[in-house]
Design a protein around this ligand. Structure first.
Ligand SMILES: O=C1O[C@H](COP(=O)(O)O)[C@@H](O)[C@H](O)[C@H]1O
Length: 294
């Protein structure tokens, strides 16, 4: 299987695959290995999943040998984020994972820890955090040795085209949440607007993908605060101001704005990465970032 590795000074590595097929084959193998090791060590395997393209990349787990060899009855499944829609809605991360995976493999229904979407987003976040706290207390979910955080055996995160992971969006205030494990959004930049998400202290990042198209990504700085600066700049400057300025001035303003935003992003990025690195060796988190987004 062809893939190249980039190591990050003992802080995990990036694997770049030549095809989605190779990536999903290797991902299934990796998940099965971590599951086996966790069950051996702790008697259970606690995995947190995002929604999106990640789920189809996990679909090889339904096939042999995994359908027979994985100890499915020991799996506890969590969601890194959820959209506040009914569980039968096509936007539901729960529905996606259930349709593609969990209706096809013998996991215990009571070990599927989905997010309650019948209450307000705030209430749903509080209840989910409470449920996780109870499981940490019982020892089902591991506890961090260095922070007041749960330690899942594995967290699998996709990444949206704008660089969002779980429902943590670039520059959104949910990124500043330091105390809660789970928070909520009522103004998600991507619909649906109401979402529940793991916060940055839990959804730490240990793989760094360097986007291959520098024009779109503005280099590695935008790994987490990803996306197009043009789009962000357009959001940041009100319409009345943009239309009130002649084209030439607008070009200069764009350049100035880009420089300013780049500086702000760089500072914020460094801070976030420093914070993430404080916790890195503790928890396995895999980022899936497919190139066709770039
Ligand atoms: O909105 C979401 O998007 C991200 C990324 O999805 P992808 O299809 O672009 O990989 C997903 O990880 C997250 O769970 C979901 O709520």
């Amino acid at each position: 299987m062809a893939f190249s590795r980039i190591s990050h000074k003992g802080r995990g590595e990036v694997r770049i695959y030549e095809s989605t097929h190779d990536l999903s084959t290797n991902l299934a193998e990796y998940i099965a290995e971590i599951s086996e090791a966790s069950v051996k060590e702790r008697g259970v395997f606690c995995v947190a999943l995002s929604g999106g393209s990640l789920i189809s990349m996990m679909s090889k787990l339904r096939d042999t040998p995994y359908s027979r060899t994985v100890d499915w009855a020991r799996w506890h499944i969590f969601w890194t984020d959820e959209r506040l829609v009914s569980k039968s809605h096509s936007d539901s991360n729960y529905k996606l994972a259930k349709d593609v995976l969990f209706s096809k493999i013998p996991v215990y229904p009571s070990y599927i820890h989905s997010i309650n979407v019948t209450v307000s987003a705030e209430e749903a976040a509080n209840r989910y955090e409470y449920a996780i706290r109870q499981l940490v207390r019982k020892g089902t979910v591991g506890a961090s040795r260095i922070s007041d955080c749960p330690k899942f055996d594995l967290i699998l995160l996709g990444m949206g085209p704008d660089g969002h992971v779980a429902s943590l969006f670039p520059l959104h205030r949910a990124l500043n949440e330091k105390n809660e494990w789970v928070t909520f959004l009522t103004d998600s930049p991507d619909p649906p607007s109401q979402r529940i998400t793991f916060t940055l202290p839990i959804a730490k990042v240990d793989a760094f993908t360097l986007p291959r198209n520098p024009r779109e990504s503005y280099g590695s700085v935008l790994f987490f605060f990803g996306g197009s600066l043009d789009a962000l700049l357009t959001c940041a400057i009100p319409e009345w101001l943009r239309t009130g300025i002649v084209n030439l001035q607008w070009k200069q303003l764009q350049l100035f704005g880009k420089l300013l935003l780049s500086a702000v992003y760089l500072c914020t990025f460094i801070q976030v990465i420093e914070r993430i690195h404080q916790h890195l060796p503790e928890q396995r988190i895999i980022h899936i970032h497919s190139d066709d987004k770039l």
